[in-house]
Every structure is written in structure tokens, then in C-alpha cells.
Write a protein that binds this ligand. Structure first.
Ligand code: NAG
Ligand code: NAG
Ligand code: NAG
Ligand code: NAG
Length: 787
């Protein structure tokens, strides 16, 4: 009854004492189905309070309902605690706000909305109230803040029982994504909804369209038409980038997210809408939503088809375990849902032919930022870093990142944009911040005078019936039509795993090659036939890049075969050119299969002209089973016809003692190398890598070189036997060819880790392997590469 009296009071209040009570603009019922859920709690009630604060003086009256599955008694207190937490709009005084908030609370109630009966009751309640208070009804706004599978059912119930009678009052039903997960499912959902609601009654939210900068794109293009017309085309635009980077993961949302992934969650909707606003033909009348829609549809039609060569995908490393946990899956369950994607689109339109349009989004990236950037070509040459040579770009900056506020930035060497609309102002204070490579002082900047939340904006647009800020059915289907072929062609693609945050380094950098896009570094190469499990058997040997070197990858057996063949090839070339082949071998378990293979093919290998050197050695007697030399002797040397004096074990035992510095064993070995090996450059050095990143016997935080010229050193291993002798980076990096052999599942973690660490030979000694005048190749088997 409180609400009743208050309504009357408000009507009187709105009349403002001018005897205009009858001019009440009508009563509006707002129903948030799912009204105590997360979205409602965080944004919707805040937005509706803002709407109420603004509209109450316009003469509208309101009632607000939260609908939900639970019983009223249980949820009512929770609902009111949500309402009490809404904050006041900045442009309203505290005192007035307190009054408004109290009214708002009194106009609100929670109702169970489950069965058709519940909806009927609600409708009757609304009608009774309107009648009792002598109001006219302006409209009913249903906001469905529920999972999409519930839409069709609720829409049916609304159509059956909650349509305002008579036809003078409007019905608006607001829907949140997802609107299907491909063209087909979107069509099915649209058809379902179409039976219950007319298109003009549906308000599909894309909250990006409520962002102030996004909704300013078209007006900005119109206001600056005279500057933009000559340059908004393929002759002047270098490329367009639409980027949304997030730092959060999707923990807690996996049951939803794993079915959708980043393309459906972000790119198909938010980024596509921004792309459309940037590239569509300007309508003659910005407020004509039909014209805007038609121009948008024409644009969607002009995109070249997107296929797997137009996208790269990634997945943050922890995602796999999160999926296993949240979906109750076993440890061998692999999700290939992408959490990162970069897509390259092109248009077949005279204006934009050949202009690359990049759409990029991901979770667990290094920073949170969103922007659309139009980068212009610059054909200037400046002798002294002149003004004209700076980047020419227009940036629609959605927020966060270095700038922290939404803004439109225009490079000063482009033009000075007009600031006409009263809601925007120019930013003059150029804090010491860089935006996309240029200091703020290089831009003309404009920003909204008052920052408003996207949901509050959209709620006010729904109220005003501004359909431009929403996704019509045709618009939605056109977008799915563009994205579905890409999603289908990516269906079996294995995303590149990235560690997350700053550690991603350059792992997700992409390169455009004509109409195609690819990761800049080929860290992990996997064939299309590997879905979830292991690579298909027919995937024999692949080549690519790992860190800065070449990578060969294959199943263990084929990998060893390939490495042996490469060593033999190096041997034949070296013998042909200089009559001798110097091969330095590591010990350890990993290369044993290789040694067997080398021994097996002993007839064709030029063993007679080959010298065998040691990469490192443990300080144990050479006959000790722990000795690397012993190992190599056992598996290779005793099986091949190699001259005795071509074998060069490290002299770890001198004067009947092991590795004593003053015995000068390291120097002795170095002198042997200098004497026999031309330029001390081995033809081939075979290395392994330990779990701690050590290679040869160069351990993390240990002694790695003995001055610049030292080729051999004594080192300390963290594991027994501690004393080691090892070639230095100086010796290794001088070689003609270096191979790093990594095999086995237990090395997978390491391979992933190494793919992203910078060159830090103190922490990760293997990163110090960088031949100065030779080649480095990684031989990584599938177990190590893919885990
Ligand atoms: C709503 O329901 C009625 C029947 O109650 C039906 O005739 C009508 O086609 C439905 N859809 C729309 C959009 O009105
Ligand atoms: C622009 O479109 C709106 C909405 O359709 C209409 O009300 C307005 O009169 C139009 N303006 C012009 C100049 O045609
Ligand atoms: C996972 O398993 C637990 C215990 O078996 C169960 O309570 C939970 O509902 C399951 N969750 C899912 C998503 O299946
Ligand atoms: C690099 O190696 C090539 C042949 O392997 C040799 O001709 C050249 O002199 C070397 N350059 C340097 C800087 O050592």
C-alpha cells in the first residue's frame, strides 16, 4: 500500500503544481527475470535506479519487479539488500538521492516467476495497480537475465499472459547473449522467439553498444566527415585493429565458457559490432535505425569468407586443469576451446579492398584494455624525426589500459576533430602516458564529460525505444553467417598454449601474410589431425621454429632417425670439404636411442674420418658406469670402426685424482681442441637439456664460462656427482651446427616453459646456446612437445 500512495504522490509531484496532473506520461512496469542474479546485482538495478532518477521528473511512474525461481519469503531480503547497495548518479545531490532511493525501494518487490500462473498473477497485479491508481499504462519492460535456454519458454509465457491490453502500451523484452552458438542455433532461437515476440519488441543487448566511445563512433564519423571522407579508404588506411585484452581467467564460468570460447564470447558480437560501426556506410540520418541496419547488413555481405587461415587461436595454460576440475573430467581430458584468438578479415568493397582488419581478444593477457584503432599510411620521410612522420591514427579507446578513461584520440598530424556534442569535452592535460606508441601530447583527445556505465546507457535507450543500440534479428544472423564458417573450420584446431600475463612475451604475436594470418613464432606445431589426444600416426616429421632456432618434431622413433640422418649429412659434407668431421656428444639417457641408430648404420657413416669429443663429463673414472664416456663407448664406439686416436674423452682423471683445478685438465682438453679442430669449431655439437634448464654441464646460477676464450671448464652440479667438466658456451656457440635433443613426456612442462622465457643463460643455461656463426636446431619429440 505504501507503493500506492507514493505513486499518487509522484504523479502530483510531477505535475509541478501547474495543474497538469492528467499529463502523467504513463506507468512503466519493469520486470527483471533473474532479478537477484550476478548481472542484476552488479549492473541492472543500478541502471534502473539511474533511469528512475532521470525519468521520475518527466512524469512517468514506475514499479519494479525482480522475478526468480525461488519463493518470495526467502529471496525478498536478498533483493532489498541489492537495491540498498545502488549508488547515486553523480549529477544528483545527496539529499535528493536519498529521497529517490527510498521511493525506489518502495516501488520494488520480489515475485516468484516460475509457472504461467505466476506470470498471469503478475499481469493481473500490474493491471489492478494501474486501474486502482487511475494511471494509464505506458509499457512493460521485461529484462531476461537468465540463461539463454530459458528465453523461448519465458517469451512464450510473456506473450501468453503479460502483453499489455489495448495496444497503446508497449512491450519490450530485453535479452542477453548468447544468442545461439552458430548460424543454425541462432536461427532456431530466433524462430522460437519470433513466435512469441515481434522483432521491434526484442532488445538484444550487446553491452559494447552501450559503451560511450562505441556509441560515439558513428556520430564522430559524421561530425568529422569533411576530414575523414578523403582518407577513410584503402588508399590511406594501413589497417584497422579492434582489440579487447583481458587479464582475468574464466574460472568459475567454465561450464558456459568451454562451450563457447573467445570467438563466440567476444569477437562474433562485441568486436564485430565495433567493426561494423567503423566500416559501414554512414547513414543519411543517424537516428533512423532502419537505415543504420540496412547499411550494416550490406557491410556484412561484403566480407570475404573467413577460414582457418584467417585466424590463430590460443589457450591459457591453466585452462586445461580448470576444465578438468569444473567439468569433473579426468586428467586426460583435453579441451581445445580457445581463450585467445586473432582474426584477419578483409572486405570486398571498392572503398576498403585490401585493408586488413584485425580482431583480437583473449583472457589472461598482459593487460586489460579495449580499443579500435584506425592506422593510416604515412608516406612522409622526415630527416629529423619530424612531426609529419609520427604515426597517424584514430583510436577509439574503450577504457582501462594506460589511459584509464574512455576517449577518442586523433593524431595531431591528421586533423583536429570537432567537439560538437555537449556531452563530450577536449582533454588538455597530457599526463605522461603513452597510448599505442605515442605520447598523449601527440593526440587531440576527447572524452565524455560524465562517464556512464554501459548498462545504464542501454537501459535508458531501451526506455527511449532507441533500437540502434541493440542487435536486430537480421543483424544477428548476418554476423553468425560471417563467423560460422570460421568456427567450423577451426573446430579441430589445437590452440597454442600460453602461460598467461606478462610471461606470454611474444608468444601470441601474429604476422599478416597477404590475406592470411599466422603466429610470428612457430613454437608448437600440430597437425589438424590431432584432436584432443596424440598426433595421428601419419604425422611423421614436422618442421618449424622453437625459440629462435629451427625445430624438428616427430614421434620419438622418427625423430631419432631424422637426427641421425642430419648428423650423417653433416659428417659427409665436412669430410668432403676438409677430410675430417668433429662431433661433440653429450652423455645422459636421452641420446641412447640415437647412439644405437648411429651404430646400426655404421657402414655408411664416415667413422674413419670422424673425431668424437665430449660435451661434458662427470668427475668419475672413465670406466665408471656413471661416466658419459663409458656410456658413449658402450653404445656407439665399440660398435663402429673408429680409429682409437680419434676418440677424445675428457681428462677428468689426472695424477690419479679427479678434477682438481690445479691439474689443469680443462686447459689440457681445450688445447687438444685447439690443436685438432680447425678454429676450435666443432662441426656438430649434440646437446640435451635438463629439467632445470641446464645444458652440457652448465647449471643454473653456476659458472658458465671461464673468461671469454675458455672452451672447457670445471663446474658444480646440484646433483651427484657434483664435479663436472664441460664445454663452455664459447665452445658450443662457435660450432657449425648445434642440435638440442629433447624427448619424453616429462620434458613437456620444460618445453612449454622454455618457449616463453627470455634469453637468460644464468637462470636457463640452455638459452645461452646461440651459435654465432652456425645453426641451432631443436629436435623435440611429440611427447615432449605436446605432453
Ligand atoms: C502470441 O500469442 C498469441 C496467442 O496467445 C499468438 O496468436 C501470437 O501469434 C503470439 N505471438 C505474437 C508475436 O504475438
Ligand atoms: C531521422 O530519423 C528519425 C527516426 O526515424 C526521424 O524521427 C527524424 O525525423 C529523421 N530526421 C530527418 C532529418 O529525416
Ligand atoms: C562433479 O562431481 C561432484 C562430486 O561427484 C558433484 O557434486 C558435482 O555436481 C559434479 N559437477 C559437475 C559439473 O558435474
Ligand atoms: C662463418 O662461417 C663461414 C663458413 O662456415 C666462414 O666462411 C666465415 O668466415 C665465418 N664467419 C665468421 C665471422 O666467423
Amino acid at each position: 500500500m505504501y507503493a500506492t500512495t507514493l505513486l499518487l504522490l509522484l504523479v502530483l509531484f510531477a505535475g509541478g503544481g501547474h495543474g497538469e496532473e492528467k499529463q502523467s506520461r504513463g506507468h512503466v512496469s519493469v520486470v527483471v527475470v533473474g532479478g537477484t542474479g550476478d548481472l542484476a546485482k552488479k549492473y541492472l538495478w543500478q541502471g534502473f535506479f539511474q533511469l528512475y532518477s532521470k525519468q521520475v521528473s518527466s512524469g512517468h511512474t514506475f514499479s519494479f519487479y525482480a522475478g526468480g525461481q525461488s519463493h518470495t519469503d526467502k529471496v525478498t531480503p536478498i533483493f532489498f539488500s541489492i537495491l540498498k547497495a545502488v549508488s547515486c548518479p553523480k549529477d544528483i545531490s545527496e539529499g535528493r538521492c536519498a529521497v529517490l532511493k527510498e521511493q525506489f525501494l518502495r516501488l520494488a518487490q520480489y515475485r516468484q516467476l516460475k509457472s504461467l500462473e505466476d506470470y498471469r498473477d503478475l499481469a493481473q497485479h500490474i493491471e489492478r495497480q494501474v486501474q486502482e491508481e487511475g494511471l494509464t499504462e505506458a509499457g512493460r519492460l521485461f529484462y531476461l537475465s537468465v540463461p539463454a535456454f530459458a528465453y523461448a519458454d519465458i517469451a512464450d509465457k510473456i506473450n501468453n499472459s503479460c502483453r499489455p491490453a489495448g495496444g497503446a502500451a508497449w512491450l519490450r523484452v530485453v535479452l542477453e547473449k548468447p544468442f545461439g552458438h552458430d548460424l543454425r542455433s541462432a536461427q532456431v532461437l530466433a524462430a522460437h522467439l519470433g513466435k512469441a515476440l515481434r522483432d521491434e519488441e526484442m532488445y538484444r543487448i550487446d553491452h559494447y553498444l552501450g559503451k560511450q566511445v562505441v556509441s560515439k563512433i558513428l556520430p564522430f564519423r559524421v561530425e568529422n566527415k569533411r576530414f575523414l571522407d578523403p582518407i577513410w579508404n584503402k588508399h590511406h588506411i594501413e589497417r584497422i585493429e579492434i582489440v579487447l585484452k583481458e587479464t582475468l581467467d574464466v574460472q568459475g564460468r567454465i561450464p558456459f565458457y568451454d562451450k563457447y570460447g573467445v570467438i563466440r564470447d567476444i569477437i562474433q558480437n562485441h568486436l564485430t559490432e565495433v567493426m561494423a560501426l567503423l566500416t559501414m556506410r554512414l547513414p543519411a540520418n543517424l537516428s533512423d535505425s532502419e537505415e543504420v541496419l540496412q547499411n550494416k547488413l550490406r557491410l556484412f555481405n561484403s566480407f570475404l569468407p573467413l577460414g582457418k587461415n584467417q585466424a590463430v587461436v590460443g589457450q591459457y595454460q591453466a585452462y586445461r586443469a580448470e576444465v578438468q576440475q569444473e567439468l569433473n573430467k579426468t586428467k586426460d581430458h583435453v579441451s581445445i576451446t580457445p581463450t585467445f584468438a586473432a582474426v584477419l578479415a578483409h572486405m570486398d568493397a571498392a572503398q576498403y579492398n585490401g585493408v586488413p582488419i584485425l580482431l583480437i581478444s583473449g583472457k589472461m593477457l598482459d593487460e586489460r584494455v579495449g580499443y579500435a584503432r584506425v592506422l593510416f599510411k604515412n608516406d612522409m620521410f622526415c630527416l629529423q624525426h619530424g612531426f609529419h612522420c609520427k604515426p597517424k591514427q584514430i583510436i577509439f579507446y574503450f577504457g582501462h589500459g594506460s589511459l584509464q578513461y574512455p576517449a577518442i584520440l586523433v593524431s595531431k598530424n591528421l586533423f583536429k576533430p570537432s567537439v560538437t556534442e555537449g556531452e563530450w569535452k577536449e582533454v588538455m592535460d597530457h599526463t605522461n602516458v603513452n597510448v599505442l606508441g605515442s605520447p598523449l601530447s601527440d593526440y587531440y583527445i576527447q572524452t565524455p564529460k560524465v562517464q556512464r556505465d554501459a548498462y545504464a546507457e542501454l537501459i535508458s535507450h531501451i526506455f527511449a525505444g532507441h533500437k540502434n543500440s541493440f542487435i536486430s534479428t537480421e543483424n544477428l544472423l548476418a554476423s553468425w553467417d560471417l563467423w560460422t564458417p570460421l568456427l567450423e573450420s577451426l573446430a579441430g584446431s589445437i590452440p597454442r598454449v600460453y602461460p598467461g600475463g606478462a610471461d606470454n612475451g611474444d608468444l601470441l604475436d601474429v604476422r599478416l601474410k597477404g590475406k592470411e594470418i599466422d603466429y610470428e613464432s612457430d613454437v608448437v606445431l600440430v597437425g589438424p589431425d590431432r584432436v584432443g589426444g596424440a598426433p595421428a600416426r601419419n604425422l611423421l616429421v614436422m618442421q618449424g621454429k622453437y625459440r629462435s632456432g629451427d625445430m624438428v618434431s616427430a614421434w620419438a622413433e622418427e625423430l631419432v632417425e631424422r637426427l641421425a640422418a642430419d648428423i650423417q649429412e653433416a659428417a659427409e659434407v665436412a669430410v668432403l670439404q676438409g677430410g675430417v668431421f668433429h662431433l661433440a656428444l653429450s652423455g645422459g639417457g636421452t641420446p641412447i636411442a640415437l647412439f644405437h641408430r648411429l651404430a646400426l648404420h655404421h657402414f655408411s657413416f664416415p667413422w674413419g674420418d670422424t673425431h668424437i669429443w665430449m660435451v661434458d663429463e662427470r668427475c668419475v673414472p672413465l670406466a665408471d658406469p656413471e661416466s658419459n664416456f663409458h656410456n658413449i663407448h658402450e653404445h656407439v664406439l665399440q660398435h663402429v670402426r673408429i680409429p682409437y686416436h680419434n676418440i677424445h674423452p675428457m681428462p677428468v682423471q689426472l695424477k690419479q685424482r679427479l678434477c682438481v683445478e690445479e691439474d689443469g685438465a680443462a686447459l689440457l682438453y681445450q688445447e687438444d681442441i685447439g690443436r685438432l679442430v680447425s678454429g676450435s669449431r666443432f662441426h656438430f655439437v649434440l646437446l640435451g637439456v635438463g629439467h632445470d634448464g641446464h645444458t652440457a654441464s652448465l647449471f643454473p646460477h653456476g659458472k658458465t664460462t671461464d673468461g671469454d676464450d675458455g672452451l672447457v671448464v670445471l663446474t658444480e652440479s646440484p646433483v651427484k656427482p657434483h664435479r663436472r667438466m664441460s664445454l663452455t658456451f664459447g665452445a658450443i656457440n662457435r660450432a657449425h651446427r648445434v642440435a638440442l635433443l629433447v624427448m619424453g613426456k616429462t620434458k613437456h612442462e620444460l618445453v612449454t616453459q622454455l618457449s616463453r622465457v627470455k634469453d637468460e643463460s644464468n637462470k636457463w643455461p640452455v638459452t645461452g646456446v646461440k651459435p654465432t656463426n652456425g645453426t641451432l636446431a631443436w629436435y623435440i619429440d611429440y611427447d615432449a612437445l605436446l605432453g
